[in-house]
Design a protein around this ligand. Structure first.
Ligand code: C2O
Ligand code: CU
Ligand code: CU
Length: 512
């Protein structure tokens, strides 16, 4: 009697437990299925292309008596109508979203008067620019709310498509997502004389690509908890335009592609798989054009391509699913996603354009080949930090002797995608997993994708002025990774000099 009652109770308990587990299991499975189906995003065939592509204005400048070209940038908040009649709160430089295109020539002295009209501190970093560390605009050159900062330097590097964006430690992702980014184009005699499309906004178009997600009238910056890369949006903007088209009146058009997204990797190509000429990478022209039908750009990377158009046709710049990458990367980190990014509409008659020149950049590209390297360094990329250490503002991780060539070996032995960006220099990619790089990595680079299981070897030389107290950064350019510690600091010193103490000055910067 006693025994059977006990058994009945046990059975009831077991059944209850089984039912609860069953319900939980079904919920988890359903939840997973929901996340699974939600994980893939495609806008292919679904974009109306009913808004003319905005082209950021060229920033006006004045030239002072001593020949310095002076620009003004004001960081401000505002509202942007990405969709008609719906104002979204955003940030921008000299406007409500993104910023004007700065443009200067090699040899010119430039000065940018930055004013921060936001109600929080930020900074402006010149990504890809070779300049003194104190002008770099990293986390040691913060501009206080209401403050200003006026860096100046002499442009001393080949023609290139560079860009600028904030770099406040721990908040870069948020500041860039709100809209603080712009292009900085450099010209030189070579780029001036080459028969390449070069009329800004006509046959030479900036293409700043960002992914966004709207939550009502606001931009939603939330991360999906299965995506370890950071924020992934469900639609793309080009130059802040949703559903953009550009009218083309020339046979050839040059697109300056910039991946200004915070985490997403794009694999650009055209909807009809046509090939295009890759003419430049992050830091300038390639030695010779490369004919490709896809170009992959991780956050921060640039590529200049020349596309040939037929009269009257329409073609769409698309981002395709990744060719490589593991299951998780593809499913949850955007690897399977695809986007219709920008439609090109050719006029019924096109002005003829000269063929793309067979020789572009200076032979050797002003890059070291690594053979005379004085020093080799090793960087292990981990989500928790580089070489096992999360970023610390007051710690110098590497000390580099000015004027010497080094090789940097960067390895991603972890389980997610990263990339690697180095301030102040352009580098040569010597090897990817021990092999010579593909054409898209044979140019001047400041940011390189380092997918899982990949080791890249770079050659670089720091020619800038020594400043033992002011560090430059190297970091993963997936901005939430950077913000949470995947960053390190290096100083450039003269032979025999030691690293100083960062944070001793310049940190609380921003004069009023
Ligand atoms: Cu584009 Cu350290 O940044
Ligand atoms: Cu940079
Ligand atoms: Cu990373």
């Amino acid at each position: 009697m006693e025994k059977s009652r006990g058994r009945r109770r046990l059975r009831r308990v077991l059944i209850t437990v089984a039912v609860v587990l069953g319900v939980l299991g079904a919920a988890a499975g359903g939840g997973f299925a929901w996340l699974w189906t939600r994980a893939d995003v495609s806008t292919v065939g679904k974009v109306d292309f009913n808004r003319r592509l905005a082209v950021p204005p060229l920033a006006p400048s004045t030239v002072t008596a001593d020949g310095t070209r002076v620009f003004d940038l004001r960081m401000q908040s505002g509202e942007t109508e990405f969709r008609p009649g719906r104002a979204t709160p955003t940030w921008g430089f000299n406007g409500s979203y993104l910023g004007p295109t700065l443009r200067a020539k090699r040899g010119e002295r430039v000065k940018v008067r930055v004013r921060n009209a936001l109600d929080e501190a930020s900074s402006v970093h010149w990504h890809g620019m070779h300049l003194p560390a104190a002008m770099d605009g990293g986390p040691h050159q913060m501009v206080a709310a209401g403050g200003s900062w006026s860096p100046s330097w002499t442009v001393d590097q080949p023609a290139a498509t560079l860009w600028y964006h904030p770099h406040p430690h721990g908040a870069t992702e948020r500041h860039v997502q709100r809209g603080l980014a712009g292009m900085f184009l450099l010209d030189d005699n070579r780029s001036r004389d080459l028969a390449l499309p070069k009329t800004y906004g006509v046959d030479d178009l900036p293409v700043i690509v960002q992914d966004v997600r709207f939550d009502g009238d606001r931009l939603d910056h939330g991360h999906s908890f299965l995506a370890n890369t950071g924020f992934l949006g469900d639609r793309t903007l080009v130059n802040g335009t949703l559903g953009p088209y550009a009218e083309v009146r020339d046979e050839r058009v040059r697109l300056r592609l910039l991946n200004a997204s915070t985490a997403r990797v794009y694999t650009f190509g055209f909807d009809d798989d046509r090939s295009f000429d890759l003419i430049a990478t992050d830091g300038g022209l390639l030695e010779r054009p490369a004919s490709l039908d896809r170009i992959q750009l991780s956050p921060g990377e640039r590529a200049e391509i020349v596309v040939t158009m037929r009269p009257g046709e329409r073609t769409v710049l698309r981002s395709y699913p990744w060719r490589r990458g593991d299951f998780w990367e593809k499913r949850f980190n955007g690897g399977d996603d695809s986007f219709d990014v920008l439609q090109l509409r050719a006029a019924r008659t096109l002005r003829p354009s000269p063929a793309v020149p067979a020789a572009l950049g200076e032979p050797g590209l002003e890059l070291p080949d690594g053979e005379d390297a004085a020093h080799g360094r090793y960087f292990e990329l981990r989500r928790s930090g580089i070489n096992g250490k999360p970023m610390a503002m007051d710690r110098v991780d590497e000390t580099v002797v000015r004027g010497t060539t080094e090789t940097w070996t960067v390895r991603n032995g972890g389980d997610m995608t990263h990339n690697f960006h180095i301030h102040d220099v352009q580098f040569r990619v010597l090897e990817v997993n021990g092999r010579p790089p593909e054409p898209e990595l044979r140019g001047r680079k400041d940011t390189v994708a380092v997918p899982m299981g990949t080791t890249v070897k770079l050659a670089l030389r720091f020619d800038g002025p020594a400043d033992p107290d002011t560090p430059y950064m190297y970091h993963c350019h997936l901005l939430s990774h950077e913000d949470t510690g995947m960053m390190g600091q290096f100083v450039v010193v003269d032979q025999g000099q030691r690293a100083g103490t960062p944070g001793a000055h310049g940190d609380h910067g921003g004069t009023r």
